[in-house]
Design a protein around this ligand. Structure first.
Ligand SMILES: [Zn+2]
Length: 120
């Protein structure tokens, strides 16, 4: 397991592909964004999905050009925060892509380099 701490509150293993391979890519800007959100929220951030291998991305029905494929995206939730609150926080902290997934109760954030907003 990648127990290496990569910021004050995050370890590398949290961003590993969830296919059991432990493969991981992590964009520096994404980590900065998440740590900024973590500091602002004052609550732990759960990472449901970070890096995805192409095979795993296909398996979970991810978009073929998904930012998860290059370690620039994370699907997250924050303790005691609703989807809209989390999205607002991501907005304030400067996320490029923000997807709201109300049914699943998480948001997608990424550092793709330009603005994108959607509801999943
Ligand atoms: Zn996502």
């Amino acid at each position: 397991m990648n127990r290496i701490k990569v910021s004050k509150n995050f370890s590398l293993h949290e961003f590993e592909c969830r296919d059991g391979s432990h493969l991981v890519m992590l964009d520096e800007k994404l980590l900065e964004l998440l740590q900024k959100m973590r500091d602002a929220a004052g609550q732990p951030i759960m990472v449901y999905s970070g890096y995805r291998t192409p095979a795993y991305n296909k398996q979970v029905g991810g978009a073929p050009t998904s930012q998860h494929l290059c370690g620039k995206a994370a699907d997250i939730s924050i303790v005691n925060m609703a989807v809209d609150q989390m999205a607002e926080l991501a907005e304030r902290c400067g996320a490029d892509g923000i997807g709201k997934y109300y049914k699943q109760g998480f948001i997608h954030v990424d550092t793709r380099g330009h603005k994108a907003r959607w509801i999943g």
